[in-house]
Design a protein. Structure first.
Ligand code: GCU
Length: 681
């Protein structure tokens, strides 16, 4: 071989290597290979539709589908499919039918994903109807591009250069969402700036909506309840004030002129200092209905959040129920109450919010947090599908046994005009979108469960791994096991047995069970939640305590109320338990707590070992980046264990059982750690 040829071969080799191995995670789970000219000449992708979404589906298949002929059809009679699809195969043809254009796009991604997973799809018959009508991401993105509780860099939305400059990532974002069935997005933080509703910002919003439309994604906005006063110059924002009502009507009209398929508003009102109808002596229903009336002519929705609590003597966990149950039945049919999965705030484990089982005549939706505010930010590997499923599968006993949160919110138990499910996004400007490569799995899992809440966490994990890394069986099996246990692991090293909210003040990353800010709100202090003293630990929410148990339907009420029947993974949520209490394992509560913290640490050590063994299956960059994150996670797990055990030991006054790993820190040294407030990034 001549030197010149050798040189060319070498360059080609490098190119192939970088193509195959240079990996930064930016492609997410979308790693379809372009089909060769030969394959594309052999098969046809046909449709009569000229709808841009259908044409996009056709294009995706033209580019990546290696299988047989495909026909894409819209059948307006098939309303029962909603925005799902039906695929049937006959001979060498796949016929895909949908009621809506987006259904065909979802079907295209469905078969492309199956193809990439290596599934047999020549003879393929399937019907998919989504569990929820609205599958929505909530971005907590501020207009200055900081992200509240965002850990993957600044916001994707470059407001300053919109609408003139359109980052290519807007379309990539839309495509990624469409590929997992997400069909709606709230662009801005629930702590909303009134500025978002100014004409200047609305033209920016329109630019994004115009890009997302083809992907079947509707844009929603978080609105500040004081907008009429702040940007409209009105005297107040009282929902019963005719001028205020008119201001909203006109504002809504202005929005729909720009964005004809605008989705609606998300509202955080009278919560954590945000303005709301109660500022004028009105109720949440007055506020929500006023907006609902303004948006009704355009078929828009109002998602009204139930995340409300005040620093009163009342147990924080009871307050959403107390505010909203009396209003049951008073909301318009285009209002849906958006309820966090747990009654406090996205903790590693909470029981479900009892409101789900109590409102009979009000549409309700679950809000999950995909961003890991309380789960190690984007440093810890925590696969959230098991957490999402735990809530969805919880039986609220709303109409006797079997009324799960999934069935209440998807419209099975009681018909609701539009069902919905929300996830607080973990997406930012980082190259890999989510900060941690494995956090992509949580975005993916949210989409998949919003589409079909019957899917198992395991199947979703496997699918994601195959699409994102490799189909190799050993890799998929071992890493799936790690993912599936990872949520319980974080519960163990942070807050086992129902402990909650013992985080360092405000930034919610590290442990601070001793935390106390003189003069600060009690319900923001760890001691408010753990109540540790020389007798025991835990929050007494039984009939002899705050009586939060009464908000649950029977048999849960009695089950939670009795220390003997309360599930142990929530025992310290509902009970103040003596250090010597005998647990089911035969250990005392103190020993059991120690054992859980230790198990959490040992499991992260096992993840490190497992990941190192996976080196040959994964590209160098992602392997290394995940390896580095696991190093942080193990340090943090040990930090959590030592901080919590050494602190609680000052009350229990018992030895840490000798079979568990010894603390490596001094309590006093841990108390000195002050992390900078990471409110935004
Ligand atoms: C949590 C979070 C806040 C957020 C709030 C909400 O309290 O820490 O940053 O604004 O939830 O959901 O509104």
């Amino acid at each position: 071989m001549s030197l010149r040829r050798a040189h060319i071969v070498y360059i080609l080799f490098i190119l192939i290597c970088t193509q195959t191995f240079a990996e930064d995670g930016s492609q997410l789970w979308l790693r379809f290979e372009k089909v060769s000219a030969e394959i594309s000449a052999k098969r046809t992708i046909k449709t009569k539709s000229v709808d841009p979404t259908v044409l996009l589906a056709k294009q995706e298949l033209e580019d990546y589908w290696k299988g047989n002929n495909v026909e894409l059809l819209i059948d307006r009679k098939l309303t029962k499919l909603k925005d799902g699809f039906k695929i049937t195969s006959s001979g060498s043809k796949l016929q895909i039918v949908a009621n809506k254009p987006a259904g065909l796009l979802y079907a295209a991604y469905h078969i492309l994903q199956k193809q990439n997973e290596g599934a047999e799809i020549t003879h393929y018959n399937v019907e998919e109807i989504p569990s929820y009508d609205i599958r929505i991401l909530n971005h907590w993105d501020n207009l200055d591009r900081t992200v509240e509780r965002g850990y993957a860099g600044y916001s994707l939305w470059k407001w300053a250069e919109l609408p003139q400059v359109l980052s290519p990532r807007y379309e990539e974002y839309a495509r990624a969402n469409a590929s997992i069935g997400i069909n709606a997005t709230v662009l801005n933080n629930v702590n909303a700036s009134p500025q978002i509703l100014t004409p200047e910002y609305l033209t920016k919003v329109k630019a994004l909506a115009d890009i997302f439309r083809k992907y079947g994604i509707k844009v929603y906005l978080s609105v500040n309840f004081s907008s009429p006063k702040v940007i409209g110059g009105l005297e107040n924002s009282d929902p019963l004030n005719k001028d205020v009502q008119l201001w909203w009507k006109n504002k809504v009209k202005e929005i729909y002129q720009l964005i004809p398929d605008f989705g609606g508003f998300l509202v955080k009102a009278n919560s954590e200092g945000q303005p709301g109808p109660q500022d004028y002596g009105r109720t949440h229903a007055d506020g929500a209905n006023m907006l609902a009336d303004a948006i009704k002519p355009y078929s828009g929705m109002i998602m009204w959040r139930a995340f409300v609590y005040n620093p009163t003597k009342e147990d924080r966990a009871k307050q959403a129920y107390q505010e909203f149950v009396p209003l049951d039945g008073q909301f318009r049919d285009n209002v849906i109450i958006q309820i966090k999965n747990g009654p406090i705030d996205f903790q590693p484990r909470e029981p479900f919010t009892p409101l789900f089982g109590a409102m009979r005549n009000t549409a309700q939706m679950v809000e999950f947090q995909i961003t890991q505010e309380y789960l190690g930010f984007s440093n810890h590997l925590v696969y959230l599908a098991p957490l999402f499923k735990e809530t969805l599968d919880s039986d609220a006993y709303a109409d006797g046994a079997g009324t799960t949160i999934a069935k209440i919110t998807d419209g099975t138990v009681r018909k609701i005009s539009k069902s919905a499910i929300a996830g607080v996004a973990n997406i930012g400007e980082d190259v890999n979108w989510t900060g941690h490569h494995f956090a992509q799995a949580n975005w993916f899992a949210f989409g998949k469960l919003a589409w079909n809440h019957q899917l198992s966490s395991e199947d979703i994990a496997k699918e994601w791994l195959k699409l994102t890394f490799t189909k190799d069986e050993t890799f998929v099996k071992d890493v799936t096991d790690m993912m599936l246990t990872s949520r319980e692991t974080v519960v163990n090293y942070m807050m086992p047995l129902g402990l909650h909210h013992i985080f360092a003040f405000d930034h919610h990353y590290g442990p601070e069970p001793w935390g106390n800010m003189p003069g600060g709100r009690a319900d923001w202090m760890p001691w408010y939640y753990h109540n540790a003293n020389e007798k025991g630990v835990g929050f007494n929410r039984t009939t002899s305590g705050s009586n939060a148990v009464v908000q649950y339907n029977e048999p849960l009420r009695s089950l939670f109320n009795d220390i003997q029947t309360c599930p142990e993974n929530l025992i310290l949520w509902f009970h103040h338990v003596s250090w010597d209490h005998k647990m089911k394992s035969g250990l005392t509560l103190w020993e059991e707590i120690c054992t859980h913290y230790d198990r959490g640490v040992q499991d992260v050590r096992a993840y490190q070992r497992l990941w190192d063994k996976m080196e040959s299956y994964v590209d160098a960059q992602r392997f290394k980046e995940i390896q580095s994150k696991l190093k942080i996670q193990i340090k943090d797990a040990v930090w959590w264990k030592d901080a919590c055990l050494l602190y609680f030991q000052t009350f229990s006054r018992k030895p840490i059982p000798y079979y568990i790993e010894r603390p490596i820190h001094e309590l006093e040294e841990l108390k000195k750690i002050k992390l900078p407030l990471k409110h935004h990034n």
